[in-house]
Design a protein around this ligand. Structure first.
Ligand code: COA
Length: 208
């Protein structure tokens, strides 16, 4: 019987992904990062790790391959053809790990792929990465108006730690600094439960 779950691949972002990521960034944010920022994050920032999501499937032999057919055609028409290295990208995220703190620097899902738990998968993956690297807290900034993202972060125990006045250049909007500061055993149990819930709806091939 075929697996009804959405199959996605999560892997590290490469320089070849930047064109697509910049296009997604423009769809997701009023102040998108320029390509040079992504280049810096990938090549020069030793504290940064960047990830992308792409749809995929597992062949009968178990090899990972791109999901061909209507999905590729639809995505290519939406976000442009793939550049030879990767499949069409449907989400991305980044984090910095400095001393014992992890900071989620960016996270977005293509508008046509939202509300399918992909944003949550990215948050879950970032937090798990932070725990593995023995971070003591995970922080991020989020627009005060972005209640949707805040709901997602709250689910993962993020609380408002402070406000950064006029943080966003495009409209001088304030940012909430949110963080989860107790990555203890109880939190790890919660992560395990949320990971199991995600596995009910998503089939994830992890290629980090
Ligand atoms: C924020 C974002 C990444 C969420 O991605 P997504 O794949 O749609 O989110 P998910 O499907 O994983 O949903 C996770 C949670 O988000 C919230 N959420 C998602 N879609 C929602 C909606 N339409 N209405 C209300 N809450 C919603 C819910 O809390 C949901 O949890 P639940 O399903 O257990 O109720 C996506 O909306 C996005 O890319 N936004 C633009 C970029 C952005 O704002 N990034 C955050 C910057 S700080």
């Amino acid at each position: 019987m075929s697996d009804p779950r959405l199959h996605v691949i999560i892997r590290q972002m490469t320089l070849d992904d930047i064109d697509q990521v910049v296009m997604l960034d423009k769809l997701a944010f009023p102040s998108p990062w320029p390509a040079r920022t992504y280049r810096y994050e990938i090549s020069d920032n030793e504290h940064a790790r960047m990830f992308v999501l792409e749809p995929g499937n597992i062949s009968k032999q178990g090899a990972v391959s791109r999901q061909m057919g209507w999905l590729d055609r639809l995505l290519d028409s939406i976000i442009g053809s793939s550049n030879g290295h990767s499949g069409p990208l449907i989400g991305y995220s980044g984090m910095w790990h400095i001393a014992d703190e992890a900071h989620i620097s960016t996270i977005a899902v293509h508008p046509d792929w939202r509300c399918r738990k992909l944003g949550e998968l990215l948050v879950w993956s970032m937090v798990r990465q932070a725990i593995r690297q023995q971070a003591h807290q995970v922080t991020l900034e989020v627009r005060v108006s972005n209640t949707l993202a805040q709901n997602l972060y709250r689910k993962y125990g993020f609380e408002i730690l402070g406000t950064r006045k006029g943080y966003y250049r495009d409209n001088s909007e304030d940012a909430y600094m949110m963080g989860v500061t107790r990555l203890d055993e109880a939190y790890r149990q919660l992560m395990m439960i949320y990971g199991q819930e995600l596995a009910h709806v998503l089939r994830v091939t992890n290629q980090w």
